[in-house]
Design a protein around this ligand. Structure first.
Ligand code: HEC
Ligand code: HEC
Length: 485
């Protein structure tokens, strides 16, 4: 760890939770089996510098790759993947409603640890709430989603956080102005040049949210999950640990004021994952290498890849897949202040590192005090669905039948809306589309209807050589080989 870059803000007020339980006690007596995880770490030891940044990342990688077993607390007989109590169930695994796998790495492994997966790693989303679902993978009972990779996830979380800060500040200004001027005030919700519609505030502070587009009405940009429903890597990781593995984070269960049950899942193991463990797995993902660009050796293809970026811009792809966005700060910090109440958000426990100077290479690009994020997204939700009655309607990406928290927009069903997919790893992230059922980049382009229809049609109208250049450009965006730390 480079100490100067890993700010240790305040000491953790040591948890009154008591001593770590010896997890060996939960393994069958007399047998040589032990927890798969070699140790747990305490947040206090991260904050007071006893553990170096590298040691924390190493522990995070172990948490991400280890095959959890019952001695670790794997399984959640009395808790659903949706985190509510259920009648204790003997069924240890269910491929549909989970526990569905043994480690994060089981799905996040392409091209290496921390990446996405092919179709076999798909998750049956929302089945966790109807847990258990054992007999059907029908799209009437779950939304099928293909795993995304987390290379560059730290910069993505920080972009969303800065944008959320801007939107909330705009709302505050409108509230103050409405009161001061004794009239209703309408403001444009624009951050980093991206418009999220408008908000009207009445004199009494009440809000008309019907003009908001591309983000939930709380104005919190949730960059994770393809539908844009999760705020931070920490929130996602605590959910995923419970859903996929039945590993329960103490901040979510044992110490959560709404639960305060040290063994909520009734598997006999307490403190399955400490606050320090969740910090480690969060920082491991946040610090993963930044995707980049690999130009082909062949001079013709190389020229295509360079020219393709220009054409991508000219035909309107870059209006959603924004090539680069600026970060005012180059530091990643955890916890995220916008975390929901069931995820740790005590800012006195904050840890942070410089994304341009620490962690595995290649790293984020520094510009001044901030950084530049070349992710090809606007972190905004769009609908790629043509109206069903249109004669040549393209509705490939409109296949989800279950509703989640996405709000309806202008009378359109919220479940049509997905965050503009990051493309900075497009050459390493096959298969494509939220369901992972498209095998090539060009198929994914052709499936853009709705808000993407005009640029998709412009693509099909290009001379073949120019279409080839656009695809060559997209394939050059890759997760780069590991380059040390
Ligand atoms: C069974 C496969 C599977 C396992 C196991 C799994 N994931 Fe995922 N992961 C997915 C899928 C599928 C998505 C995409 C979800 C979506 O878009 O709705 C995803 C998305 C994510 C994302 C958000 C990425 C983004 O950019 O939106 C994070 C973070 C993540 N997973 C972390 C984890 C962690 C941490 C673990 C282990 C505790 C884990 N996952 C285990 C399948 C899996
Ligand atoms: C209106 C905004 C918008 C425009 C314009 C747009 N896209 Fe997209 N793009 C999206 C969204 C949203 C997704 C996610 C679709 C899904 O999986 O549901 C996506 C997904 C993709 C994917 C799939 C990537 C993956 O890893 O699965 C590719 C490739 C892509 N777009 C390329 C393009 C190209 C090339 C153009 C221009 C011809 C373009 N897009 C125009 C919003 C847009």
């Amino acid at each position: 760890m480079r100490k100067h870059a890993f700010f240790l803000i305040t000491m953790l007020a040591v948890s009154s939770f008591g001593a770590m339980l010896a997890q060996d006690d939960f393994c069958p007596a007399g047998l040589p089996e032990r927890p798969a995880l070699s140790r747990h770490i305490e947040q206090a030891d991260i904050l007071n510098g006893k553990l170096s940044f590298d040691e924390v990342l190493e522990h995070g990688e172990e948490l991400f790759t280890v095959l959890f077993n019952i001695c670790d607390g794997q399984g959640r007989p009395a808790t659903t993947g949706g985190m509510v109590a259920r009648e204790a169930d003997e069924m240890a695994f269910s491929r549909v409603s989970a526990p569905d796998s043994n480690s994060c790495f089981s799905c996040h492994n392409q091209p290496r640890v921390g990446g996405g997966a092919e179709f076999v790693g798909n998750v049956f989303l929302l089945a966790q709430h109807a847990d258990p679902i054992l007999e059907t993978t029908s799209m009437m009972s779950s939304n099928h989603r293909n795993p995304l990779g987390m290379f560059g996830a730290g910069p993505i979380e920080m972009l969303a956080r800065e944008m959320t800060g801007d939107l909330i500040a705009l709302r505050e200004t409108a509230i103050a102005k409405a009161k001061e001027q004794d009239r209703s005030v309408t403001i444009a919700l624009v951050t980093k040049g991206i418009s999220f519609g408008e908000l009207t505030v009445a004199v009494d502070g009440s809000q008309d949210s019907s003009g908001i587009v591309g983000v939930d009405h709380d104005l919190i940009i949730k960059p994770f999950h393809q539908a844009g429903t999760k705020i931070s890597l920490r929130q996602f990781s605590a959910n995923a640990m419970n859903q996929h593995h039945g590993m329960q984070a103490e901040e979510r269960f044992d110490l959560n004021p709404e639960i305060m049950d040290p063994d909520f899942d009734k598997d006999g193991v307490q403190r399955e994952l400490t606050i320090g463990d969740i910090t480690a797995v969060t920082l491991f993902q946040a610090a993963l290498a930044t995707p980049g660009r690999v130009l082909p050796d062949d001079p013709g293809r190389r020229e295509d890849a360079i020219r393709g970026e220009q054409i991508f811009d000219e035909i309107g792809c870059a209006s959603c897949h924004i090539p680069q966005l600026p970060l005012e700060s180059r530091f990643f910090s955890d916890p995220n202040p916008f975390n929901p109440s069931n995820t740790m958000r005590d800012m006195s426990q904050m840890v942070s590192f410089d994304m341009t100077a620490d962690g595995p290479k290649p790293r984020l690009e520094r510009v001044g005090d901030g950084a530049i994020v070349r992710a090809f997204t606007d972190l905004k939700r769009h609908s790629l669905c043509d109206p069903p009655e249109a004669p040549d309607a393209i509705r490939f990406f409109c296949n989800e039948t279950l509703r989640d928290s996405r709000p309806d927009v202008n009378g359109r069903h919220g479940s049509e809306f997905f965050i503009t997919r990051k493309l900075w790893d497009a050459g390493s992230s096959a298969p494509y589309g939220h369901r992972g059922d498209l095998t090539t980049v060009s198929e994914a382009i052709l499936m853009h209807g709705g808000e993407g229809r005009a640029s998709r049609d412009a693509f099909t109208e290009l001379p073949f050589a120019d279409q080839r250049a656009v695809v060559e450009f997209l394939l050059s965006l890759q997760i780069l080989p590991a380059a040390g730390s």
